[in-house]
Ligand binder design. Sequence first.
Ligand code: CA
Length: 420
Amino acid sequence: MTAPQTSWIASANDGQTHFPLQNLPYGVFLTKGQSPRVGVAIGDQVLDLAALDEAGLLPAAAKGTFAAASLNRFIELGKPVWSETRKRLTALLSGEDAALRDNAALRDKALVPMSAAALHLPVEIPGYTDFYSSKEHATNVGRMFRDPDNALLPNWLEIPIGYNGRASSVVVSGTPLHRPNGQIKLPNEARPVFSACRKLDFELEMGFIVGKESALGEPISTADAPAHMFGMVLLNDWSARDIQQWEYVPLGPFNSKGFGTSISPWVVTMEALEPFRRDNPEQSPQPLSYLQQQAKNAYDIALEVALQPQGAAAPSTICRTNFKAMYWTMAQQLAHHTVSGCNVRVGDLMGSGTISGTTPDSYGSLLEMTRNGAEPVTLADGSRRGFLEDGDDVIMTGFCQGEGYRVGFGSVSGKILPAR
Ligand code: CA
């Protein structure tokens, strides 16, 4: 039997919405006078799972996990419960089971217009790791800052390079961030100055949320890795390039990244993304055996970045690219992360690394697009940007194109406030 394709909620069926019946992403939302609870996005509505649970319409195994300020308790229940809940929601929202559709009082209680819901950080994040898995991005950065002829460092083709980031400063879309202050080393000065960042940038990334913990000392294989993933979000890894360039030797970025990372509020489940799995990119040399993979672990996700200056009438799209081009897959990242015996926890966030294509209009950062500020991009209102200015709003979106429907991520946005 094929799954139903349409919902009795009309806005879910227009072919353009990011949230049709095929998606059903999870988030945490608040309405006036209510405590936070878990919801699912459907068309232009949020379905209150705590209300459905109270009415006895969700799987007994998930009982009590939705009246919560994060998805963690639900995620901890494991894959069979995620699948069972998805099946129940599909039946209820398609009308195959009429218990919600035909109950006006429950519909009033459980369906909230998205415009009336404040969306929260969906997951309590114990740890955040950021990878560096786009060959185009690593090559572009290597060309600019090291050696144009040997842009990739020798380890890059062998290791999904990553570093441990800060979970404390991961924020939900819509949270403004202050321009960071820090040490900047100007080219002709002996010592650094303390200053507001002058080269503030975004990085277009996606992140996956760990859905199943592993024990200390126990590696996760590439074959098992997908079973440890709950879902994916859009991620903006804000970067202070001038602070980064001075501080990153020899241990990697620190304050240049730790001041904030933004994620989208809806977690799109791996189950919803299943139809969009694609062949893995070719890898040469063949990776060491613990990094080899049999399953298709690439995903076809169209991505865009737009920039809207303070007061501008509309955002200008400055980047279009696709997640499927990433050299190292999420399964390889997780296998590499844990091969030493490092454990992962439910809710851990793993950033993909900046997602860049092969042409300037598909580069996932201003650093690459403008060649370190030397060739500014022109926006729709005529203004130019080498790096971000105060008041700029950066908006990233992404979706998978199905036949007549889209499984979308909504957006992640964030505005730059002046330095403190
Ligand atoms: Ca990054």
